[in-house]
Design a protein around this ligand. Structure first.
Ligand SMILES: O=P(O)(O)OC[C@H]1O[C@H](O)[C@H](O)[C@@H](O)[C@@H]1O
Ligand SMILES: [Fe+2]
Length: 188
């Protein structure tokens, strides 16, 4: 039997996992994701980084685990707070655990039928993402929102239906408050 080597890493203050694979998502990578297209085009001139992911991933095998930090920057497109694209798992029955490290935000979760849940997150919050729920994180604060996610190595990402239909709710700022409102573009 060939055993894999155990691994311990310290997450840096800024959310970076040393040696991890880095993925950067800029606003230009998220065309069609935000409701306010005019505000999107305007902010595109700067094309800010919306989030970075630092992932330590194994081969896609049953039983193994991946982990990743996300650094989700503060910002808005119109009234809508910056968020991660959001996905179902390609193997839809795979669950996931998130752990809040820094900053303030929350997670939008949604079933294939469009039932939505919002879970606020701050440092120390653990979120259980059950099988079959799509999930997207949102930064509702004014500093980077940093969290850790642990997920089955064979979970995979299915962006398709979220990219097309979005979530049934938007997370916006209105009158200085964080609000969840119906997404006018949501389709069943
Ligand atoms: O893949 P997104 O929906 O853009 O979310 C960004 C990332 O968030 C977390 O770090 C998850 O563990 C990753 O699997 C995911 O890729
Ligand atoms: Fe996931």
């Amino acid at each position: 039997m060939e055993y894999k080597k155990p691994l311990g890493v310290k997450i840096e203050e800024n959310g970076v996992i040393p040696g991890a694979k880095k993925l950067v998502r800029r606003l230009s990578d998220m065309k069609g994701y935000f409701l306010d297209e005019e505000a999107y085009e305007e902010l595109l001139k700067e094309d800010p980084v919306v989030y970075e992911v630092y992932a330590v991933e194994q081969e896609e095998k049953d039983g193994d685990l991946n982990f990743a930090t996300t650094v989700l920057y503060p910002g808005k497109v119109g009234k809508e707070f910056f968020f991660t694209k959001g996905h179902f798992h390609a193997r839809a029955d795979r669950a996931e655990i998130y752990y809040g490290i820094k900053g303030k935000g929350g997670m939008l979760l949604q079933t294939p039928e469009g039932e939505v849940e919002w879970i606020p997150m701050e440092p120390g919050t653990v979120v259980y993402v059950p099988p079959y729920w799509a999930h997207r994180t949102v930064n509702t604060g004014d500093e980077p929102f940093i969290f850790l996610a642990i997920y089955p190595a064979d979970a995979g990402h299915d962006y398709g239906s979220i990219k097309e239909k979005g979530f049934a709710k938007l997370v916006i700022e209105e009158d200085g408050e964080v609000k969840l409102v119906d997404n006018p573009r949501w389709k069943e």
